[in-house]
Write a protein that binds this ligand. Sequence first.
Ligand SMILES: Cc1cc2nc3c(=O)[nH]c(=O)nc-3n(C[C@H](O)[C@H](O)[C@H](O)COP(=O)(O)O)c2cc1C
Length: 214
Amino acid sequence: MDFTDQRLSYEKGVLDQQSVPESPFDLLKAWMDEAIAQKVQEPYAMSLATCGIDNKPSVRIVLMREITETGVVFYTNYESAKGQDIAENPNAEVLFFWHELERQIRISGSIAKIDAQKSAAYFQKRPHDSQVGAWVSQPQSGEVTNREVMDQTFEQLQSDYSNSGEVPTPEFWGGYEITVEQIEFWQGRANRMHDRIVYTSENGDSWNTKRLLP
Ligand SMILES: Cc1cc2nc3c(=O)[nH]c(=O)nc-3n(C[C@H](O)[C@H](O)[C@H](O)COP(=O)(O)O)c2cc1C
């Protein structure tokens, strides 16, 4: 397949270094609000890139569940392939791409587990069957013989937990927060003259902005 003749002109917005807010979190939240208002499907779905000591990057989608005062939070299995990468190398990048708004956001920083109590509070808010699913997918990214084995384990645990009521929070499951060190906001423009404004911070308090060549 050849896609070299496929091109779109991006003309839906502009991004100006003089008018961006001082804090990138204000812009992140404003862009997220617009994405929700424009009905972008799952705008909080982000590509998460990690790299373990083998120096081979891995990328996959996870759902951002919170924007805190310092970073962004998602939940996963700590013993998954990504969990192992993070244990070996606590640097990560996430990326959002919203075609409907011709926007991309890249967030990079250090990544660490969040407080276990906060993870448990979120786990207990999840739908019952998602809670059961977290127990079935252990270790996440491990090999399973076939679909039937997964389905049988799911049904077995569903029935076990329907008797005992609450599904316990697995120790191997919880949140990670990426503490933002750099955020780049990208707005597509015509003729590949896109706007790129990057925020960086040494201490997470004060931010510098730069415009980057597209
Ligand atoms: C839309 C979408 C949302 C997802 N959300 C999550 C999530 O929040 N947490 C998670 O662990 N996996 C999520 N996944 C699955 C991951 O992409 C991935 O398959 C899984 O986490 C295993 O990744 P790993 O083997 O690199 O650890 C999602 C996948 C998609 C397509």
